[in-house]
Design a protein around this ligand. Structure first.
Ligand code: SF4
Length: 199
């Protein structure tokens, strides 16, 4: 599969997931807290290189991949490269390129995982649980009733089917973005780069 085809396959997976997430959120009312961004401030959260391939490809298409890689490598910052804090000292902030966020960023908060006892549990954050307890309880009841909730394992399996090697390379998010940029730059070092979008 060419790199362009892999990117299209990951994008298609994201479109499907975004539809599933929107349905689940509409049915339960579960949502992120306004201007939170706390889940983006944990440098140890890992993602696979493949989930950031659409981001790297898009930057390549804009002629920005090399410059962004240099910038990423020059910064002494363990946080996600896309995170934009609202205040220098605060944890609140937002994603600087939400449409190109990773699979883990999409799933966290609104999906289901099995715990060590094999029970299905909501994969969500402490703030959502603590600050919107009624909505959280409603989402748990929805899950317990056997209604459809996007599954973390199922989506990662589908990602693996696109490219087992890149989907299997798990790194802290910042490094996953760096590796995706390096991969795309290397791929196009001896091929014609993707065309820029018309303005
Ligand atoms: S890609 Fe965006 S949503 Fe994901 S951790 Fe980084 S800033 Fe947060």
């Amino acid at each position: 599969m060419t790199l362009g085809n892999k990117v299209r396959a990951v994008r298609a997976l994201y479109r499907q997931l975004d539809r599933d997430l929107a349905r689940f959120q509409a049915q339960t009312g579960l949502s992120c807290l306004p201007a939170c961004g706390q889940c983006c401030t944990h440098p140890q959260v890992e993602a696979s290189v493949l989930e950031f391939l659409p981001l790297a490809y898009e930057l390549m298409r804009q002629g920005e991949a090399g410059r962004q890689l240099q910038l990423l490598e020059s910064e002494d910052n363990p946080l996600c490269f896309l995170f934009r804090p609202l205040r220098p000292e605060g944890e609140a902030g937002f994603c600087g390129d939400y449409p190109h966020r990773g699979l883990i960023c999409r799933l966290f908060g609104f999906s289901v995982m099995r715990d060590k006892h094999g029970q299905r549990q909501l994969y969500t954050c402490r703030r959502i649980k603590g600050e919107t307890p009624e909505t959280y309880a409603q989402a748990v009841a929805f899950l317990k009733a056997g209604r459809p909730v996007p599954g973390v394992s199922a989506y990662y399996r589908r990602l693996t089917n696109i490219d087992p090697e890149l989907a299997g390379r798990f790194l802290p998010i910042r490094q996953a973005i760096r590796e995706a940029l390096r991969f795309v730059l290397h791929y196009y070092s001896y091929r014609r780069p993707p065309r820029r979008r018309a303005a």
